[in-house]
Design a protein around this ligand. Sequence first.
Ligand code: SF4
Length: 337
Amino acid sequence: MHSSKLQFEVEGYVFDFSNVCQFLKDKRVMLEAPQGWVRLLDKIAVWLKSKCGVKVCYLRLDPAFGGCDVGYAYAKQLGIDVIVHVGHTAYPLCPQTKFKGVEVYYVPGYYVENIEVHVDEIIRCVGDSKKVAIAYVVQHKQLVDKLMQMLGGKLVLAEQILGCWYGALPQIYGQIDKLIVVGGGLFHALGLCLAVGDCSKILVFDPFDNRRHCVDVCEQYQKVLMKRLWLLEELRSKKLKRVAILVGLKTCQFRREVVESVKRMLEISNVDYDLYINVEMSREKLLNMEPWKYDAIVVTSCPRLAIDDYGDMRPPLLTPGELKYVLGFVKRYVFPW
Ligand code: SF4
């Protein structure tokens, strides 16, 4: 079969199954995807059955929030041979592709429309900067591949990023003049600002939003940082007495070492703690624990839960890095761990 026949195309995206199809013949497959793409799974299933000979296809209705959220537990229970995880690449902090006998294949969707136009615009906003880095979400990899060719010797690093992972960008940040974040919305750019502790060289290019073509994010970053620091300073001044630790059991969000280090820091600081386990977080679940018994709740699974999704909860939810700051193990704000 010609490889171009093994690409599923929809709504300006290409899902390339060329290296996956051969492993799916006569297999029992589970398909999973992030929130916005669960609605495409039935179409992908029909396509995989006809093009790759998949035998049975289960569609995971619970969204997969990242490459960190691979449904091994579902697959195991169903007796599935293969998971096809659509929309992300493997999570760099947990890169195995086989778990308890179940294979997983990652098929990101690449956005392929308007690439030439967007590359030209980004080149214009690079301007006369001499050393540039690119951070991108995987959907825009094809745009970035093209951009890399155009930037030539100016490019110091192009790195795919996640909401909690920024590769070597924090290390090389001091060597560059400009860092362009190619992705939708401000979620990834704000995480990157928190991770590098600065916004002055960072510009966002959102291919889906004309108002965000090369915009600076300092105002939004300062807002987030001030809010976090205000909460953390309040906790530092009153001193923690009792804390809840949330241990997430999604396969790649369970971070044994982070949990152990959080426990150790609390023990050294004479802070009592309770250990809660859960798979999916919700406000109802948090209320069930009577959160007011605690001074803070430390989230060891997805650090963006503390900052974005539950940023308004009281007592505050903290990332492990924020706990370090509150307890005085570090002198400045660190994100995420
Ligand atoms: S930010 Fe959260 S959902 Fe995204 S990759 Fe990290 S842990 Fe997973």
